[in-house]
Design a protein around this ligand. Structure first.
Ligand code: SF4
Length: 337
């Protein structure tokens, strides 16, 4: 069952000029994307910085107002709610069910608040618990994320980066959400503790039946975490498939290039890293036709003039490439097609 369905979502930021702030163009940060996430699933969202993945995460919680499109959240109690057009009151209900974990735990934790206040804040603000009950709930949340109850009166500065991110996770769990949008949750952490945090998220998902949108640029991390993966390029989804399918049998040249940098122990043959030429185009003036054409090593005349649609190639594997069926692209490992 789908928990979330995103339909034709757009976020265009106007570019204004002069004293009268005349609109002279738009930055198409998110440009007509559609995807769904089923209950208990993790959908990974990958792409280079500036591709629109973080903006997408913020749109899902209405941290940003969408330009158009639908964000349908299907909840047993609330029914189907379109987050994109919901009233403030409805949004309050939805936000208890959808939480976000940000990249930098330091920015998410007020240094003047104790652990009890920080983790218990959502419960207090929503009138769910106070006093001894609140304390009891916070202790449980700390235990869930592997932190000691003796930390209740401590301040964030007394913790390591990994422990701080655990506090952020504990707070995100306070309202028993169904969906968590995790935006690069481990990229600010030391490599040595990244794996622990990722495993904690996986463990919590198993215990609590959580659903994740997992946003990251590290493809190894996304592979470890995700059931399916969507690849974004200049505001659009260019490929979406199950993790195994996408990593072993990519159907878009951009995905192939991204995968060529994923470290793998070699079992046979030589994997060649594909160095993408040029910069990521600006979403204010993307290239004509296929946005990827100036950097694509398989480019043909049609790519420069005609925009490829996102087409299904079978079993939930979608690609936005004119030659998705013909090209023999290389994924990770040595799985034969
Ligand atoms: Fe490359 Fe053309 Fe496919 Fe775009 S449509 S990814 S330019 S082959």
């Amino acid at each position: 069952m789908n928990l979330l369905e995103v339909q034709n979502l757009k976020k265009h930021f106007p570019i204004t000029k002069g004293l009268l702030k005349r609109t002279v163009g738009h930055v198409k940060a998110v440009d007509d994307i559609s995807f769904s996430i089923t209950q208990g699933e993790t959908l990974g969202l990958v792409g280079e910085s500036g591709c629109g993945k973080t903006t997408t995460g913020h749109l899902l919680l209405r941290g940003l107002e969408p330009t158009s499109g639908k964000i349908l959240f299907h909840d047993k109690k609330l029914g189907s709610v379109d987050i994109a057009s919901a009233t403030k009151e409805t949004l309050r209900g939805v936000r208890q069910n959808v939480q976000m974990i940000f990249q930098d735990p330091n920015a998410s934790l007020n240094p003047r608040m104790t652990v009890l206040d920080l983790v218990g804040e959502p419960l207090k603000v929503n009138g769910i618990a106070k006093g001894a009950v609140l304390e009891e709930r916070v202790v449980k949340l700390l235990e869930q994320v592997g932190l000691s109850s003796s930390y209740l009166r401590r301040f964030p500065h007394a913790f390591s980066g990994g422990q701080r991110q655990r506090l952020v996770i504990a707070r995100a769990l306070a309202l028993k959400p169904q969906l968590i949008v995790a935006d690069e949750p481990t990229s600010a952490l030391d490599v040595s503790i990244q794996a622990q945090t990722l495993n904690l998220l996986k463990q919590l998902q198993g215990e609590l039946g959580l659903t994740f949108l997992f946003i990251a640029h590290n493809l190894s991390v996304v592979e470890h975490m995700s059931d399916r993966v969507a690849v974004m390029y200049v505001g659009r989804i260019v490929e979406i498939a199950s993790t195994t399918e996408l990593y072993h049998r990519p159907k878009h040249p951009y995905t192939e290039a991204l995968l060529s940098s994923v470290p793998r122990p070699q079992t046979s043959g030589k994997r060649e890293r594909i160095i993408l030429q040029g910069e990521v185009p600006s979403p204010a003036s993307p290239p004509s036709g296929c946005h990827f054409h100036p950097r694509c090593k398989y480019v043909q005349a049609i790519c420069k003039t005609e925009e490829p649609p996102l087409l299904e190639l079978g079993s939930g594997h979608f690609s936005r490439c004119h030659f998705a069926e013909e090209l023999e692209l290389r994924g990770v490992g040595n799985v034969s097609a």
